[in-house]
Every structure is written in structure tokens, then in C-alpha cells.
Design a protein. Structure first.
Length: 431
């Protein structure tokens, strides 16, 4: 019997899902992806006319292209840089879609407005789904039935705004990093950036030549190394007009408060009957960060953070499609819940971490990917990707301003699996 599969989104996760599905077409799979935009790329589209994305003009990747690439599909060899701009990543995704003939499976300008469970009497051994979509050109609304749904809508669409006392009284501009585009808009201005994660640090580096002064406000024990022009200050306690009162009692003034405070997980199309419980940034009751334990025909691809995203997506979609096609059989719900509780204990309880960081896999990402491959009896990725990932992590700690000037190349002729072509001297000293 033909199994019907819906993919929501045609960004990097959605394209990975389509590639995995295409490879399994002989398993009687009928699939389609719905994409709001008129092109592939998701968040990597700069100034998408059909939806907001988080790309700014001079954004560069945080990882080398050798680590970012989908397995078996490298970035262009014409570009010697290891850290490239959003335009190069978008071209890579477009080339990926064309190479694997994925475009024919995508319905562009189709927005998914609801995903709901079919009536119980129509279900077999698992939930089936009504997926309602609206054509954004004609306005036509249609509903389709599917056996499985892969949610690949990303997690960079709904900014997480800090509840700061008095922020509405601030005598200046307030914006989230989601809306930051160009440093020229902040020429000769004082900018306070709240949050020292990747976005906050990268935007601080981007502003150095234009802003007159930059405060990086955070509560981390270790401060990133950026520039003497960037002053590290503690988190914001409250705002009173022009005064920004910090947690250590210091008062600073700024023309702009830029909130680099991350994003919320958002699934506005999921009906109440199937919407997951999201608590403190933790999407609960997911087997291996992906399978909805209560509705195991519903998969979430790409919820994890602090990862090498494209290889991660590939491992997840290979696993999901293996489950859908019958190559791999999921454990029963009781066992999936037991494993989920065990993973939460490992990543949060035992490590003394916070619930909001449950999906921040960091070093555990390599174990996670290997476990998925092992379940499918496949060889895990080469250790060289992991080794290069950690090398970049060390270099970034040495200089968040200069580390993207580094150049690397994967190589089977070295013990670590890669060659350092160039690293800034400032990075070499501490790395």
C-alpha cells in the first residue's frame, strides 16, 4: 500500500527530507513538500519577499563548509574560503535541490495552515493526518490526507523577547537580531547587544567599524574575545528612559538595544490535538529529539541547536524515512518514553544544565548522529568532521572577531583528518 508523506518546508531540513524520501521511492512512498516561499532555502534566503528570515547583509557561516555540507555533496571547490556568506549557502542548497531532482516534489507558495489528526475510525495502526494548505497566490484552501508528516519549518521565525522591566520606556531603538540587516544603519551610534550567543557575538563583530561604542550584555562566566571596542557588561536589570541599569548596578546609556535573545519553537499550524507541550524552550515527549511519542507518525526535523546542522538533518531524515518505509521499526511508546526520560536525565539533570538547553546538543551531537546510524546498521560519519568542529571551537574562543579568516581542508593523510591552511596568529596563540 502506498504511504503518503507530507514535508513542511523546503529549507535545509526539508530538502534533506526530500533527498532521503527520493532514495526510498521503491518502498511505495508518495510524498510532497509544501513551501510558503517561491524558492528553496528557508532561513538562508536574504530578504525573502514572502516571509521574514534572519539573514543580515554580511553574515558568514559559523562553521567551515567542510563541516556544514550534507554527506556526499560538498560545497563548491571554486571558493577557497572555509567560512562563506549566506549567498553561497543559498546557492549550495539550490544546487543540492537541482542535483537530486527535488524541485518536482515541492509545491511552492503553498502555506500549511493546519495539521490535524484524522478521525479515529479512519486510522489504522497509527495516526493519519489532514494537512490543510492555502495557495498564497490564488487564496485557494485545500485539505490533503497523509500517513506521515515531517515538520521541517525551522526555529528562526519567532523571536524570543526578554521581559525587561521598563523596556517600553527606553528612549531609543529596540530591535531583535532577527531584524538586523546592516551595520550602516548604526553609524556613530552606541549599541547595547543583549546576549552573547553566536548571533550576539557575530553582530557585535559586524558593527565594529560603524558603531561608536558597543556593549555586549550577558551573564556568562567567560566573555568572548572580540575587540577593545566591545565592552563586556552584565545583563540588564531594568530600563528607565535613557538609563540602562545592569545587574551589577552599573548604569550605561545607549542609542540602540539589540536583543540577541534567540527564538521560540513555533508550530502555528498544529492543531491542539497534536501540538507538543513546549516548556522553557524544551519540546517535550520526543523520541531522539524527533519522533512525537504520542503521535509516532509525526516527525520534527532540525529542532536541535549548537550543531553542525546539515549533517545532523541528514542523519535525522535518513532515520525518519527508514521508520516510514519499514526498514526500521520504532520501539513501542513505553520504550520510547523510557529512552526520552533517560536522554533528558543525561543532558539536563545529570549535567546540572537548564531545561531550556535540552535541545542544545553541542558535543553530544556526534554521539547522537552515530547512534542514529548505528540503529540503521550504517557507518557513522568520519571523525574528521568532529575534529574540525572542535578545532574551530577553540579558535573561536581565541578570537570571535578573526576566526572566520581561518581556512581548512579535510584530508585523509593526517591523524586529525584535516589540514590547517591558515589561522590568524591571534588564534594560533590560544588554540
Amino acid at each position: 500500500m502506498m504511504k503518503r508523506v507530507a514535508v513542511i518546508g523546503a529549507g535545509a531540513a526539508g530538502l534533506s527530507a526530500l533527498r532521503s524520501l527520493v532514495k526510498c521511492q521503491n518502498h511505495l512512498l508518495n510524498f510532497v513538500a509544501f513551501e510558503t516561499s517561491d524558492r528553496v532555502g528557508g532561513t538562508w534566503i536574504h530578504n525573502d519577499p514572502f516571509k521574514a528570515t534572519s539573514m543580515y547583509d554580511r553574515l558568514l557561516t559559523n562553521l567551515p563548509t567542510d563541516v556544514m555540507a550534507y554527506p556526499g555533496f560538498p560545497f563548491s571547490t571554486d571558493d577557497e574560503r572555509s567560512f562563506v556568506g549566506h549567498k553561497e549557502v543559498l546557492k549550495y542548497l539550490q544546487r543540492f535541490a537541482e542535483h537530486y531532482n527535488l524541485l518536482q516534489h515541492i509545491r511552492f507558495r503553498e502555506r500549511v495552515i493546519e495539521v490535524d489528526i484524522l478521525s479515529p475510525e479512519s486510522a489504522n495502526e497509527h495516526d493519519q493526518w489532514n494537512v490543510t494548505v492555502r495557495n498564497e497566490e490564488s487564496g485557494l484552501v485545500t485539505t490533503h490526507q497523509f500517513d506521515y508528516v515531517l515538520i521541517c519549518n525551522g526555529h528562526y521565525t519567532e523571536p524570543k523577547l526578554s521581559n525587561i522591566q521598563g523596556l517600553d520606556t527606553f528612549d531609543g531603538e529596540v530591535l531583535h537580531s532577527h531584524h538586523y540587516r546592516s551595520p550602516s544603519a548604526y553609524k556613530n551610534k552606541i549599541v547595547l547587544i543583549l546576549g552573547a550567543g553566536p548571533s550576539g557575538v557575530d553582530i557585535a563583530a559586524d558593527l565594529i567599524d560603524d558603531a561608536s561604542k558597543i556593549y555586549l550584555s550577558h551573564n556568562k562566566k567567560a566573555s568572548p574575545v572580540i575587540s577593545n571596542k566591545v565592552e563586556m557588561v552584565s545583563g540588564i536589570e531594568r530600563v528607565d528612559g535613557k538609563d540602562i541599569i545592569l545587574r551589577d548596578g552599573k548604569i550605561v546609556n545607549s542609542d540602540v538595544i539589540l536583543l540577541a535573545t534567540g527564538y521560540r519553537y513555533s508550530f502555528p499550524f498544529l492543531a491542539k490535538t497534536s501540538h507538543p507541550v513546549i516548556q522553557n524552550g524544551h519540546v517535550r515527549s520526543l523520541y531522539r529529539h524527533m519522533v512525537n511519542i504520542n503521535h509516532p507518525s509525526l516527525y520534527y526535523v532540525g529542532l536541535s541547536q549548537a550543531i553542525a546542522s546539515f549533517p545532523h538533518f541528514h542523519a535525522q531524515t535518513e532515520f525518519a524515512v527508514a521508520c516510514i518505509s519499514g526498514v526500521f521499526t520504532l520501539p513501542d511508546r513505553k520504550e520510547m518514553m523510557r529512552e526520552y526520560n533517560g536522554m533528558y536525565k543525561k543532558l539536563v539533570t545529570d549535567s546540572g544544565g537548564l531545561e531550556k538547553h535540552y535541545h542544545h546538543l553541542k558535543e553530544y551531537q556526534w554521539v547522537y548522529i552515530s547512534e542514529l546510524y548505528n540503529l540503521l546498521n550504517r557507518e557513522p560519519p568520519s571523525k574528521s568532521l568532529e575534529n574540525l568542529y572542535y578545532q574551530v571551537h577553540k579558535v573561536r574562543r581565541a578570537s570571535s572577531l578573526l576566526f572566520k579568516q581561518s581556512q581548512y581542508k579535510l584530508s585523509d593523510n593526517t591523524q586529525q583528518g584535516f589540514i590547517i591552511i591558515y589561522e590568524p596568529p591571534e588564534c594560533q596563540i590560544c588554540a
